[in-house]
Design a protein. Structure first.
Lengths: 278, 362
């Protein structure tokens, strides 16, 4: 069976058996350990991100979730003193191998950050198309791209009459959806989201969660969140990170979101998902 | 289906893996291309330099630089494709500009050291110039009096300009009164005042009217006029960088605005404020004209800033460099070297003081 066929079958299966966790792996971390200087912050992380699924990374503050998500598109190495061991496989190839251009990786594995960061000197339309300019990617029909991505990000109806206004005039929730549209315009196959809703009100959060569910039909999503209800609402799979006092963090338990929240095996996971600490 | 629990790896070696930086490993083709792009233009330039009669500077500009651009462009294209070319052009230009400015600075400092060292000796730093004429050999006399003079004048200027400058910056960024646009306009206009005008101003309003004679205080006031706009504008930029959250945070604890500025905003901006003061000092310390007019000159040592006319290093250099005696010119170079060392010491001390024990706010 060829890969394409296998993918097709896997997709069909995943459509039949929601939650769709058995699809083909697209991004995969193997024995990843991470350091800042001499301090080891993550140890031996193994996790699979199947194609077109949503994976939530949960855990208390300081357990290395955000650090981990930044190793997935090679942003971690920009921090002075950063180090790493293990490998991150994207479509079966180690993204840290020496012949891989990090620029190319970041083009395919996009990211949305905690604080909305639209470019203040550009218009709404300019922000959506900025990725094309910055990466030198050529795509036709810019008007269609703007409409498609803004629609996908759930923002089109609110901004369609003022595409040439400054992006800074939007509210925080709108800015965050604009940033998601911007990330989508370069057609990434993976989208990393680092607490995308932590600075937003419940209404905007709900809109972004709808957006995530919609996007997961075409894009593999990894989302770091402190909000456990959010993980339940959007994620197919969940991984629980924990760091003991003074020790590097690791994944305590991972699996289908329904299992992690419904029948966790580890006592600490049970306590965390029930809000007893963290 | 059930969840997967954490399991330590079967191979314990995986747990004791050393930290690595895989992003530093470049493929061999990349290293080769970079090496070729560095070596080939250098070899061609060296060959032209040694084997042809073309002057070195022309070889450097006309041959080496374009060749380096071309070689880097080709190397980038070969390893990273079309998009690498723009990167390589920017990098080569950035490195070229850095090297150029470094060479200019190094040759300036180098010639200062080479020529200044001839006059430099222990007595040159502490003796004064009483009984010294331009033809006196270098075994006698020094610039101790001028060094003290410069330090006194700069101290007066700092004492006057820094409080006013920081107060101006606080008015613009913290008080935000109605006069802000006018204050800012006048501060900007002040930074355009020629130094000779500052000297003339003090000379006419203070010295000619008989308030006081030419002395370190008058010279310091003239310096302060030049220093004020630099301190005020730099401090303003620094205070603008302090996030508003700090101010509202302090106000929400029941602090007054004045105490917020003194206890929270200024300490957070400490390093930047010190930079502002340093830039102000650097702006004035070599200025000659104001001191020529307002502070005068003296061959002897004067310690009282409110006393008689006082010597300073710039004026000393000015007087010695225009004299047709090689020893006097050597003294001028020596004085310039001492002035540069003084600035270096001052900056080092200030940087050291600026390193706060609490926090690393910048």
């Amino acid at each position: 069976m060829s890969t394409a066929e296998f993918e097709e079958v896997a997709m069909m299966e995943s459509d039949l058996l929601a939650p769709r966790a058995i699809a083909v792996s697209e991004l995969r971390a193997e024995n990843v350990s991470v350091w800042f200087g001499k301090r080891k912050v993550l140890e031996n992380v193994n996790i699979d991100f199947p194609k077109n699924t949503v994976t939530a990374l949960i855990g208390p503050s300081g357990c290395g979730k955000s650090t981990f998500i930044r190793t997935l598109n090679r942003l971690h190495e920009l921090i002075p003193g950063a180090a790493l061991a293990g490998s991150v496989l994207y479509e079966g190839k180690d993204i840290y191998s020496s012949d891989i251009d990090p620029v190319h990786i970041r083009l395919q594995i996009g990211m949305v950050f905690q604080k909305p960061n639209p470019f203040p000197s550009m218009t709404i339309r300019g922000n959506v198309l900025s990725g094309l300019k910055l990466s030198g990617m050529k795509r036709d029909n810019h008007d269609d791209i703007v409409e498609q991505t803004l629609t996908a990000a759930g923002l089109w109806n609110e901004v369609k009459d003022r595409l040439n206004h400054a992006a800074g005039d939007l509210s925080g929730g709108q800015q965050q959806r604009l940033v998601i549209a911007r990330a989508l315009a370069v057609q990434p196959s993976v989208l990393l989201m680092d607490e995308p809703c932590s600075a937003l009100d419940p209404a905007s959060t709900l809109k972004i969660e709808e957006t995530i569910r919609q996007l997961s039909k075409e894009v593999t999503i990894v989302i770091v969140t402190h909000n456990m209800q959010q993980a339940v609402r959007v994620a197919d799979n969940t991984a629980f990170f924990l760091a003991q006092e003074g020790e590097p963090g690791h994944i305590v338990e991972q699996g289908l979101t329904t299992d992690i929240f419904g029948q966790p095996q580890d006592q600490r996971t049970l306590d965390y998902v029930n809000g007893r600490f963290g | 289906m059930s969840t997967i629990l954490y399991q330590p790896p079967a191979d314990p070696a995986l747990l004791s893996q050393p930290p690595q930086r895989p992003w530093r490993h470049k493929p061999r083709s990349f290293t080769t291309a970079v090496a070729l792009a560095v070596i080939v233009p250098a070899v061609i330039t060296a060959a032209l330099f040694f084997l042809s009669p073309i002057p070195g500077a022309i070889v450097l500009v006309v041959v080496y630089f374009p060749l380096q651009l071309l070689a880097s462009g080709i190397a980038a294209w070969a390893t990273r494709g079309v998009r690498g070319i723009a990167d390589s052009v920017i990098i080569v230009n950035a490195i070229g500009a850095t090297v150029f400015s470094f060479v200019v600075l190094a040759s300036l400092i180098g010639s200062l050291i080479v020529r200044g060292l001839r006059a430099l000796s222990a007595h040159f730093v502490y003796q004064n110039s009483v009984y010294i004429s331009p033809s006196t050999p270098l075994d006698y006399g020094g610039i101790g009096h001028a060094l003290i003079g410069t330090i006194l004048v700069v101290a007066v200027a700092t004492a006057v300009a820094v409080p006013i400058g920081i107060a101006t910056a606080i008015y613009i960024t913290e008080v935000r009164g109605r006069a802000v646009p006018y204050v800012r306009f006048f501060v900007q206009a002040m930074s355009g005042v020629p130094s000779v005008v500052a000297g003339l101003f003090i000379l006419t309003i203070a010295v000619s009217t008989g308030w006081f004679s030419q002395n370190a205080f008058a010279g310091g006031l003239a310096y302060a006029i030049l220093m004020l706009p630099t301190v005020a504008r730099t401090a303003e930029e620094v205070l603008k960088l302090i996030p508003d959250e700090l101010r509202t945070g302090a106000l929400a604890l029941g602090s007054t605005r004045a105490r917020t500025v003194m206890r929270v905003v200024l300490p957070a901006a400490k390093t930047g404020i010190i930079t502002a003061i340093l830039l102000g000092i650097a702006r004035v310390i070599g200025e000659t004209a104001p001191l020529l007019l307002a502070a005068g000159n003296n061959d002897g040592t004067v310690l009282n800033p409110f006393g008689q006319a006082i010597a300073s290093i710039p004026v000393y250099i000015f007087n010695n460099v225009a004299v047709p005696y090689p020893d006097a010119v050597a003294r001028a170079w020596g004085a310039a070297l001492v002035l540069m060392i003084l600035i270096a010491v001052l900056f080092t001390v200030a940087r050291f003081l600026g390193r706060g024990r609490v926090g690393r706010a910048k």
